[in-house]
Write a protein that binds this ligand. Structure first.
Ligand code: NAD
Length: 468
């Protein structure tokens, strides 16, 4: 097997040859990735089903279609993204050509998780290709069927000199991280993110961290309750709750809780029938280890199960479960749930909900439901999160115009659409000067005088930008 350093050397040689720089090369690779997805939809859907029992609908919507849309968006905008961005000049630089040039970093590493193992690996790949980088792609070993499909298909469709897949788990990833990359894009848990950051430090490699956290969902008293229940339940139980942007817990008043529980019960029956385990529309927990972790949380919780609570270890199944009487120090509130358990925590008012949210780490997503725009705006203004969506969940992250990423412990850096292209590009400041205006330039040369200093201040003053 080729060593990791040999893999990197191969990609670095390709990068330094300049092959990835022309727009046409990037377009060809983006189109090849599009072909890969279109020609292998069935195979990919099957692999997602094998790993997570992911329903075809969810596989297409959240893994395939999102990447296909992103590819379309990148292909339509690539030309404009690649144009130099001219900046305003002052009198001293009036005849110079001053612009920002987006350049690829070089050889970058993308490490993906298992919950949306296609989307979360290939969306950053689209951005990295658009920006002109060579890429080492590291899928998660926890979703082995998808890992195998990625390892088989990428070399068939993409330039093998510029894009390569490295498989394996923690040991392989750690060994890979011993090498110098020009950027690392990591999606996954906070614990592993620390390992990635430490590995990047000796090389001073810039890192993007797409992490998780506990995304709150505040439901105000005045809402369309059945629609709110439908949207919250869909966002929570999609992919069996294994979404980084799933509502982690609900905050509402006692009155709202008492109305919400029967509404969620009705909605769950609409979605998954009265026998959810038999529903083809519910995915499964990814592995016995993850199932055991979730059942441990459920066992330790002092909350009262009011909906669901059934489980089947052999089937890696936990029914959509709602708990009430959950306190802030409950086991369910100590870590990101990342599964089909929805605690409802009661608060007295929107103010209390905001205080509660601000006592926790900054979340990846924050959802607020209300008929009253002032309430939504108050929550938006007085909290911080990676993304925010009113009266719905998850859906904000499907729009390539919006940056996707965390803040604080939910990560740093972002991607999707142009934001991803920017993440994988170095913004190089360029000033192309000629030989003109040497008398003006002469003001800066010794011997220094007070009069030259005044003139220099005047020519460099920003207010001149608007005059000139
Ligand atoms: P994970 O951190 O266990 O694994 C992610 C990647 O890291 C895998 O490729 C794995 O091989 C590698 N890895 C695992 N252990 C390692 C180690 N010790 N050293 C080096 N590499 C290692 O994460 P996960 O369980 O796959 O994902 C779950 C977490 O990811 C949740 O917290 C979730 O919220 C978060 N997440 C965030 C996003 C986002 O876009 N912000 C998306 C999905 C998941």
């Amino acid at each position: 097997m080729e060593s990791y350093s040999a893999v990197l050397q191969r990609l670095r040689t390709a990068f330094l040859s300049g092959v990835t720089v022309p727009e046409q090369f990037r377009r060809t690779q983006l189109n090849q990735l599009l072909r890969l997805l279109q020609e292998n939809e069935e195979k990919i859907v099957e692999a997602l089903h094998k790993d997570l029992a992911k329903p075809k609908f969810e596989a297409v919507v959240a893994d395939l279609a999102l990447v296909i849309n992103e590819l379309g968006y990148a292909l339509s905008n690539l030309w404009s993204w690649l144009q130099p961005e001219h900046v305003r000049r002052n009198l001293a630089t009036k005849v110079d050509d001053c612009f920002v040039r987006r350049e690829p970093f070089g050889v970058v590493l993308i490490i993906g998780p298992w919950n949306y193992p296609i989307q979360l690996l290939l969306l950053p790949l689209v951005a990295a290709i658009a920006a002109g980088n060579c890429v080492v792609i590291k899928p998660s070993e926890v979703s082995p069927a998808v890992e195998a499909v990625i390892a088989e298909l990428i070399p068939k469709y993409m330039s093998p000199d510029c894009f390569t897949v490295v498989c394996g788990g923690a040991e392989e990833t750690k060994a890979l991280l011993n090498n110098k990359f020009d950027h690392i894009f990591y999606t996954g848990s906070q614990a592993v993110a620390r390992i990635v950051l430490q590995a990047a430090a000796p090389h001073l490699t810039p890192v993007t961290l797409e992490l998780g956290g506990k995304s709150p969902c505040y439901i105000h008293d005045q809402v369309n309750i059945l629609v709110a229940a439908r949207r919250v339940a869909w966002a929570k139980f999609f992919n069996m709750g294994q979404s980084c942007v799933a509502p982690d817990y609900v905050l509402c008043t006692v009155a709202m809780r008492d109305a919400l529980v029967p509404a969620i019960k009705q909605v769950l029956e609409e979605f998954y029938s009265s026998e959810p385990q038999k529903s083809p529309d519910l995915a499964r927990i990814v592995s016995p280890k993850h199932w055991t972790r979730l059942m441990g949380l459920l066992g330790q919780s002092k909350g009262r199960v009011v909906l669901g609570g059934e489980s089947d270890e052999a089937d890696k199944y936990i029914s959509p479960t709602v708990l009430v009487d959950v306190s802030e120090d409950d086991a369910l509130m100590k870590e990101e749930i990342f599964g089909p358990l929805l605690p409802i925590i009661t608060v007295g008012s929107v103010e209390e909900a905001i205080d509660f949210i601000n006592r926790q780490e900054k979340p990846l997503a924050l959802y607020a439901f209300s008929n009253d725009y002032n309430v939504i705006n108050t929550v938006l203004e007085r909290t911080s999160s990676g993304g925010f969506c009113s009266n719905d969940g998850i859906i904000y992250m499907t729009l390539p115009g919006l940056p996707f990423g965390g803040v604080g412990s939910s990560g740093f850096g972002n991607y999707h659409g142009r934001w991803g292209f920017e993440t994988f590009s170095h913004k190089r400041a360029v000033m192309l000067r000629g030989w003109a205006l040497e008398r003006l330039n002469g003001l800066r040369y010794p011997p220094y005088t007070d009069s030259n200093l005044s003139w220099l201040r005047w020519t460099a003053a920003p207010k001149l930008c608007s005059i000139m």
